[in-house]
Design a protein around this ligand. Structure first.
Ligand SMILES: Nc1nc2c(c(=O)[nH]1)N[C@@H](CN(C=O)c1ccc(C(=O)N[C@@H](CCC(=O)O)C(=O)O)cc1)CN2
Length: 293
């Protein structure tokens, strides 16, 4: 068996074409979606990701800007700036690029972002909403994985899904979203004892552990769908995932590449959330919190 490639770049391209149309509709009412991106410190990877987000915004017609702050910025100074952005009429989304320097109180800062502008889905309300089904914005990476599965018509309900990696950004929300879609979900860690005993059971295997080459062919059930969320930079500068792509492709029925799989979808779902925020703010679609109330 040679796995079919699940192409995140191609799906992103398709979804972004439709977004440009939605932005044109918003423009008829005089609205341009606006995104503020806060980048703290000098982490080179973060700077690359932020650059991609800003470029993607421009490609669909979202007005975005980056605010760069030194690694020495205080929590209070960030809170003050976020409070201003919360009140800014032309800003529909606020994104704080992670990771933050260790001295910044990340939880306080994320919880200061207005829920209605939390396009990264990291506010406690949105995290809790994944449990109760009342989320306002879903976090971009797991949301992108759900879209990839949907685009390939891969059934989720009733499937055994194994998520390797339990980060707040990917693994935990991913497990909750898959559970909400009816999957039987197991969550493992890179260090889970006899990891293969779990992964071999998976109809869908999602790997977000940050360990290059963690998943070997013999750990994968024949015909499984494999989603590689890992992004690891090798010594020679190349990017690789957490899955032995060549080996696992010979066993899986479908697989995401790295690069070109989940990464581009993370950016695309940020665009989706920002547009949705503007559509809600200006009454084109309902705010889910009004429905729930
Ligand atoms: N505030 C946030 N911080 C971080 C998030 C996030 O969703 N919100 N996720 C990651 C990084 N990330 C987005 O910020 C991100 C990672 C990877 C890609 C991407 O396009 N990857 C490419 C390859 C990248 C390369 O060549 O360097 C791919 O997989 O094709 C986009 C965004 C941590 N922080």
């Amino acid at each position: 068996m040679t796995a079919r490639l699940i192409d995140g770049r191609m799906l992103s391209h398709r979804l972004r074409a439709n977004m440009a149309r939605r932005i044109a509709v918003l423009a008829e009412t005089g609205v341009t979606p606006g995104l503020a991106v806060l980048l703290v410190g000098e982490d080179p990877a973060s700077a690359v990701y932020v650059g991609r987000k800003i470029k993607a915004c421009a490609s669909v017609g979202i007005r975005s800007h980056t605010e760069r702050y030194p690694a020495t910025i205080t929590t209070e100074a960030l809170l003050a700036r976020i409070t201003e952005l919360n009140a800014a009429e032309h800003i529909h989304g606020i994104l704080l690029q992670l990771p933050l320097p260790a001295h910044v109180d990340m939880a306080r800062v994320l919880e200061t972002i207005a829920v209605a502008k939390d396009v990264d889905g990291f506010h406690l309300y949105n995290v809790g909403g994944l449990v109760t089904g009342h989320t306002v914005f879903s976090p971009c990476t797991p949301y992108g994985v759900m879209k990839l599965l949907e685009s390939e018509a891969i059934p989720i309900a009733g499937q055994n899904v194994v998520v390797v990696g339990a980060s707040n950004i990917v693994g935990k929300p991913m497990a909750l979203m898959l559970m909400a879609a009816g999957a039987t979900v197991s969550i493992c860690h890179a260090g889970t004892r006899d990891l293969a005993q779990y992964t071999i059971m998976a109809d869908i295997l999602v790997v977000a552990a940050g360990v290059p080459g963690l998943i070997l062919p013999q750990m994968v059930k024949r015909g499984a769908v494999v989603i590689d969320v890992g992004i690891n930079r090798l010594a020679d500068g190349r990017i690789t995932g957490d899955v032995d792509f060549a080996g696992v492709s010979a066993r899986a029925s479908a697989i995401t590449p790295v690069p070109g799989g989940v990464g581009p979808m993370t950016v695309t779902m940020l665009l989706e959330n920002t547009i949705m925020s503007a559509e809600r703010r200006h009454g084109l679609i309902p705010d889910p919190r009004c429905i729930a109330a």
